[in-house]
Design a protein around this ligand. Structure first.
Ligand SMILES: NC(=O)c1ccc[n+]([C@@H]2O[C@H](COP(=O)([O-])OP(=O)(O)OC[C@H]3O[C@@H](n4cnc5c(N)ncnc54)[C@H](OP(=O)(O)O)[C@@H]3O)[C@@H](O)[C@H]2O)c1
Length: 237
């Protein structure tokens, strides 16, 4: 086992936080299977791209199958794919609801089922969800009902699966970011968004990556949600 190359699967890997996580695992010597709808083949032989909507069960199955067929195992799954639609609750359309459920919830469910089945065969594994600080600390004037509905579920199931699989050698954790400088947020919104953090600035992708790597190496940590949010979870400011 110790001489085998480790393998990470990252969803939502084409840009932003996901792309940063892919690079971090490559820097640690892992092989990576990278998924997003429009992800392009990599020039790096250690990164295999599997394009498609991770909310589609067949795509999720292909993602995990590719990791096993090409690299032999799945050490870590990072459930990073996610979309955000911020609106007053009564303005959400059924299409908004279906889209957010598809990516944030179905996109977690299918790929995590296939990953855990593989991890049970191996006797070890690690799964991390990228949630949001809004789960525990909604912000007045920033309506985010579909984000808290879906990411709140991921936060809860993180602890549920951590307990369910604790004796099977599978750790399950989450990271709850504040607002991170990625293509998700147009530059003209940054000044407003900075003010939504006690520390008065946006987070950087590298700061989420640091948390992912901490959890990766933290063998005694499971069922944890790590807040990486410039103090948002701590209270009012
Ligand atoms: N940035 C923030 O402030 C922030 C804060 C809290 C939580 N988060 C969470 O962090 C995660 C990453 O956010 P980000 O800011 O890096 O977002 P981003 O820049 O918008 O990137 C989202 C990624 O997800 C992929 N994606 C979207 N729909 C997908 C689908 N159906 N199947 C597979 N991949 C899909 C996108 O690629 P394609 O277009 O190619 O599919 C892209 O690679 C998300 O879960 C988000 O909710 C972000």
């Amino acid at each position: 086992m110790s001489n085998e190359q480790k393998v990470a699967v990252v969803t939502g890997a084409s840009q932003g936080i996901g792309a940063g996580i892919v690079q971090a695992y490559r820097d640690q010597g892992y092989a990576v299977v990278a998924n997003s709808r429009n992800i392009q083949p990599s020039s790096d032989a250690g990164v295999i791209a599997v394009p498609g909507n991770v909310g589609d069960r067949a795509v999720a199955e292909q993602v995990i199958k590719t990791a096993v067929e090409r690299f032999g195992r799945v050490n870590t799954l990072i459930n990073n794919a996610g979309i955000f639609i911020g609106k007053p609750f009564t303005d959400y359309t059924v299409e908004d609801f279906n889209n957010v459920i598809n990516v944030n919830v179905a996109g977690f469910f299918h790929v995590t089922q296939f990953a855990i089945a593989q991890m049970l065969k191996q006797g070890h594994g690690h799964i991390v969800q990228i949630t949001t600080a809004l789960v525990d600390q909604p912000i007045a004037g920033v309506p985010t009902g579909l984000a808290t509905l879906t990411k709140g579920g991921l936060d809860a199931v993180t602890r549920g699966l951590a307990i369910e699989y604790a004796k099977s050698g599978i750790r399950v954790n989450a990271i709850a970011p504040g607002i991170i400088r990625t293509p998700m947020h147009a530059p003209e919104t940054h000044d407003f968004l900075k003010g939504l953090h006690p520390v008065g600035r946006l987070g950087e992708v590298s700061e989420i990556v640091d948390a992912v790597l901490y959890l990766e190496h933290a063998g005694f940590v499971t069922g944890e949600t790590l807040n990486v949010d410039g103090g948002q979870h701590a209270g009012r400011w």
